[in-house]
Design a protein around this ligand. Structure first.
Ligand code: SAM
Ligand code: SF4
Ligand code: SF4
Length: 334
């Protein structure tokens, strides 16, 4: 039986945050002023072990999950992540992927591929070193991220997808250079509208460059046409270059909310299940596991949480909702 929520949406996609830590301090995600050296990240004992994650993943797959994305924080700072990948790679009918800032990818790509990872998404907000360093705020150079992408492509983790968050007045000027560069490389570039996740990034609607604006900007230089989604509920709207030279995506979560088809659940590093990126509270699965619950009992908890789900934050977003408390993106994964 297909598991559906109160708005008849199935559960298809699970994003698993494997750590709340990160080696970047992107200004729109983990601003340095808040995530300083004394920030209380989760102690190791509170983070799910690989065995616990794999057990939960098996249960989710039984309930219809067909895609798992490993994320974070920065997933590649979690030691021996390839061991988790190997555990998940055996699950049937599953699209297993990972989102990373790319900083540690060159070193780990081959291990991850050997463990059974199929593809990766790498985040990069600009090709301009000055702009990129100002955004990651740890002085990390563009070159090293590109090296990570190229190594991943070489070992068979392609087609590489690239995520670019666009923030007005910060990296708009990088949109066209990024489009040209990744079109030539054959990587799929996806532009993400800057979102009001959490309450530490000082989000303002004025900072959002809309997907329409981005498409217009690129189309004026390299003509584009829309294409059908790969499947219902796909997050990125797809566009292709009319000359056949590739495709791009736009994630318009602010200006064109897609809650209607949202089939995503999120598991935080400490084992809380969230049914929306903007949820305030999660359902603690770790206590169930560590309390000795059977697979059947955990299954029932998942079913009951999903059956009750009615989230559609982005569709309801307003001046009021933007100031409500929310969980942080680095905490439950993007
Ligand atoms: N550390 C990894 C990375 O950066 O790719 C994975 C976790 S990160 C939270 C996942 C994605 O969320 C990244 O592509 C990141 O750019 C995006 N993201 C983070 N904060 C965002 C925000 N405020 N608005 C839109 N996207 C955001
Ligand atoms: Fe780290 Fe990713 Fe957040 Fe940047 S977007 S701070 S790389 S978790
Ligand atoms: Fe899904 Fe929540 Fe985002 Fe809407 S706001 S698309 S329900 S995660």
């Amino acid at each position: 039986m297909i598991l559906t929520d109160s708005l008849n949406r199935p559960l298809r996609d699970l994003r698993i945050s494997v750590t709340d830590r990160c080696n970047f301090r992107c200004v729109y995600c983990m601003p340095k002023e808040i995530f300083g050296s004394d920030y209380p990240f989760l102690p190791r004992a509170q983070i799910l072990t690989f065995e616990e994650i794999a057990r939960l993943a098996r249960i989710f797959v039984r309930h219809g999950v067909r895609k798992i994305r490993l994320t974070g924080g920065e997933p590649l700072v979690r030691r021996d992540l390839h061991l988790l990948v190997a555990m998940l790679a055996d699950l049937p009918d599953l699209d297993l992927t990972l989102t990373t800032n790319g900083s540690l990818l060159a070193r780990q790509a081959q291990l991850l591929r050997n463990a059974g990872l199929k593809r990766v998404t790498v985040s990069l907000d600009s090709l301009d070193d000055g702009v990129f360093k100002a955004m990651n705020d740890v002085d990390f150079p563009v070159e090293k991220v590109l090296e990570g992408m190229d190594t991943a492509a070489r070992v068979g983790l392609g087609p590489i997808k690239v995520n670019m968050v666009v923030k007005r007045g910060v990296n708009e000027s990088s949109i066209l250079p990024m489009a040209h560069f990744f079109r030539k490389k054959g990587y799929i570039l996806r532009f993400i509208e800057y979102m009001d996740v959490g309450h530490t990034n000082g989000w303002r609607m004025d900072d959002v460059v809309s997907a329409n604006e981005i498409i217009r900007m690129i189309d004026a230089e390299i003509p584009l046409e829309p294409i059908e989604p790969n499947y219902r509920g796909e997050v990125a709207g797809r566009w292709r270059y009319k000359d056949g030279s590739g495709e791009i995506g736009v994630v318009a979560s602010v200006t064109q909310p897609f809650c209607r088809d949202c089939n995503r659940a999120r598991l935080s590093a400490e084992g809380d299940l969230y049914t929306c990126l903007f949820a305030v509270t999660g359902y603690n699965l770790r206590n169930l596991i560590r309390g000795g619950a059977t697979d059947e009992e955990i299954s029932q908890a998942v079913v009951s949480v999903w059956n009750k789900r009615s989230d559609r934050y982005s569709e309801l977003r307003s001046e009021n909702t933007t100031s409500l408390p929310k969980v942080e993106m680095w905490h439950i994964g993007g």
